[in-house]
Design a protein around this ligand. Structure first.
Ligand code: SF4
Ligand code: SF4
Length: 401
């Protein structure tokens, strides 16, 4: 694709990166076939090829419209298009640049601003998020079922974290939403690791994904630096990995090196953190898992939903499924496994209708073979799926434990 970027973008880092990505797109449109929003809306501008054109136009003319903002907002950042693209177009990076640019050109309506700011100031802060969910829980009986079901319950903290000391140590990110709604997930992970003689040390804090996806650059970089300061002493002390049980956090933490590449004080540390960060499925996939044989509970069929961040972002499709099968769990066949469930970070709040439609489609596929439960690998997907079904939804590490 030929490009003629405007002066404002031609001579800076991001402009050059965007230019290279734009030129790698051959406009074939294969990506539209696997794009969830294109499938739902049938509008070229709600598919990856159309969004690439909108970003190109914006970077060439150095201006943007509310329409461009709307079509970029509707993107789930699921990255199914990257998996499908035969030319290796780095759509996600281009979208990040495009979204940041559109924010500088187009003012958002007040209602949108309030929603986005409210998310930014609650979800990444476990204390505030816990309080908000408790208050929401009090008024939830008065709400329609649709809203009531989407308010997750607060789960009490975990008192019995394994206390064994092992030579092998890893950091385990506690995260923000997960630490409030499902701390049991990291407890299960710590126990599995303990049985493999690996000591899990909690790494507190939000990874920064939420503010990053909402194009809040300075807030994101502040979060990253704060995390690096908090985690660095443990890394210097010999922690061999930084493990993530929410696959939604993994791509962001693995990108710290890129995000802080221009920060002289943090660039090296950020690169190190990116190099040791792993989704826990990657880490356990390389371990000699001699866990006890599967129990009768493992014989009940399980439907696994592989989050987009794991299958498209980390190119880890099939990894968890292989691990569970190896340990004797029975997995059902899931149709359209490549499609997003509609959770997508803040998407389920900011694009409620599209998110709901995707959830219904996903649950129909997951529940087709009547599984005993649904398993997944990301807290956002877990809560979103649970909001639409009475069938239990768990993190796969809980099954392993
Ligand atoms: S992003 Fe890839 S699949 Fe989509 S139009 Fe461009 S080259 Fe084709
Ligand atoms: S990231 Fe997902 S929703 Fe966005 S354009 Fe690509 S396939 Fe479509």
């Amino acid at each position: 694709m030929q490009t003629f970027l405007s002066k404002a973008f031609k001579d800076n880092d991001e402009g050059r990166e965007a230019d290279e990505i734009l030129r790698s797109c051959v406009h074939c449109g294969f990506c539209n076939a696997t794009c969830p929003t294109y499938q739902l809306l049938g509008d070229e501008r709600d598919g990856p090829r159309g969004r690439i054109y909108l970003i190109k136009e914006m970077l060439e003319q150095n201006t943007a419209s509310r329409e461009t903002q709307l079509h970029l907002d509707r993107c789930l950042t699921c990255r199914a298009c990257e998996t499908t693209c035969p030319s290796g177009v780095q759509y996600n990076r281009l979208l990040e640049i495009g979204r940041a640019a559109v924010e500088t050109h187009v003012k958002r309506p007040l209602e949108e601003k309030i929603k986005r700011e409210a998310l930014l100031h609650t979800v990444p802060e476990p204390g505030r998020f816990r309080l908000l969910l408790k208050l929401a829980g009090l008024v939830s009986p008065l709400l329609p079922a649709e809203y009531r079901n989407s308010i997750p319950a607060v789960e009490p903290g975990v008192p019995d974290w394994p206390s064994n000391v092992h030579q092998r140590k890893v950091l385990l990110l506690t995260g923000c939403a997960q630490s409030v709604t499902a701390p049991r997930i990291n407890l299960a992970a710590a126990r599995v690791l303990d049985r493999l003689s690996v000591q899990a040390l909690p790494a507190n804090g939000c990874c920064g994904a939420l503010s990053h996806h909402l194009s809040k650059r300075e807030k994101t970089l502040t979060t990253l630096r704060r995390n690096i300061d908090a985690w660095w002493p443990v890394i210097e002390d010999g922690a061999e990995a930084l493990l993530l049980t929410a696959s939604g956090c993994a791509p962001t933490v693995m990108d710290y090196g890129h995000l802080l590449r221009q920060d002289r004080d943090y660039a090296d540390k950020a690169r190190t953190i990116s190099s040791i960060a792993q989704d826990i499925s990657m880490f356990l996939g390389n371990e000699d898992l001699q866990l006890p044989p599967a129990t009768a509970a493992a014989e009940a069929p399980i439907a696994f939903h592989c989050p987009c961040t794991l299958q498209h972002g980390l190119k880890g499709a099939g990894r968890v499924e292989a691990l569970l099968s190896r340990l004797g769990f029975q997995l059902t066949k899931v149709q359209d496994a490549h499609l997003c469930c509609g959770s997508a970070g803040s998407y389920s709040v900011l694009q409620k209708d599209l998110s709901r439609q995707l959830l219904e489609r996903k649950l129909a596929c997951l529940e087709k073979e009547q599984p005993a439960l649904i398993a997944t690998a990301n807290i956002g997907c877990l809560l979103h799926l649970q909001s639409g079904t009475d069938r239990p939804v768990k993190h796969w590490i809980e099954l392993l434990e």
